[in-house]
Write a protein of this length. Structure first.
Length: 259
């Protein structure tokens, strides 16, 4: 699902829930007027099963979104630590090559920070990501050449190992931002919500008076819950963001100015 459509999806679900509640209530009223209350026994089991399935789907979707949210935060912290480690190990390379490599490191970290700053403008963020990949290749190439020329092979291995970890974690973080449930999950969530709304409205027909507060409360709670799930699922684009975690990148960048 495109994260830009999350508010529209939640709003549509809100309107749809209210509509199906009213449709279900009217169908229930007509059924009761025609057949009386005799037609209602036995429906409780069906309603309970569908509402239970809706609750399970919401619970699993919310749990999965939170798991992926925490994973992304963890990967960002790990990537920051890996960049910091590789930066410190540059001291093990010949002094002549260090200034150029450190400047490349600064530019690389700048692109990572700009990528997060430019979200939710996906095209601009992807451009920064592509620039970061080019800088990764350049850093790797120059570090390999420096390692070959180094008179301390073991020290050069430590530098190359740190760079490899840094690049791997950057790729893992990139992939983590693209891992989401298939769209059919959210379609199923919408279908179950509307079906449950219809059945809830049908059950409400047994009451002589119609209290809108119950219908509105149910619709609003469901819509807010689904929106929060979508917002957590795309933490770089919505209200729930991981900006506090990317603060580690900013602190690391500030520390690089002392060299």
């Amino acid at each position: 699902m495109n994260p830009r459509y999350a508010p529209l999806f939640a709003a549509g679900l809100l309107v749809g829930t209210l509509a199906f509640l009213e449709i279900g209530r009217r169908v229930g009223l007509r059924q009761a007027a025609r057949d009386g209350e005799e037609a209602r026994p036995g429906l409780g089991a069906v309603e309970g099963a569908i509402f239970g399935l809706l609750g399970l789907l919401i619970a699993f979707t919310f749990s999965g979104a939170m798991t992926r949210f925490d994973q992304r935060r963890h990967l960002i912290v790990e990537e920051s630590n890996a960049i910091g480690t590789a930066w410190l190990r540059l001291d093990l390379l010949p002094p002549a090559v260090q200034p150029e490599l450190r400047e490349l490191f600064r530019r690389y970290l700048d692109t990572r920070l700009e990528m997060y700053r430019k979200l939710p403008e996906i095209a601009a963020a992807e451009a920064e990501r592509a620039q970061g990949v080019k800088l990764e290749s350049e850093i790797w190439s120059r570090a390999i050449v420096a390692a070959r020329d180094s008179d301390k092979p073991q020290a050069a291995v430590l530098v190359v190992s740190a760079l490899n970890t840094m690049i791997d974690l950057a790729n893992s973080e990139t992939m983590a931002t693209k891992l989401h449930p298939p769209a059919i999950i959210f379609v199923m969530l919408a279908i179950l919500t509307l079906t449950s709304s219809f059945l809830a409205g049908y059950a409400m027909a047994s009451r002589k008076s119609h209290h809108w507060i119950h219908s509105v409360s149910f619709a609003v709670i469901i819509a807010i819950t689904v929106y929060v799930i979508l917002d957590i699922e795309y933490p770089l684009l919505g209200f729930f963001r991981i900006d506090a975690t990317t603060q580690t990148f900013m602190e690391l960048r500030q520390s690089m100015t002392v060299h």
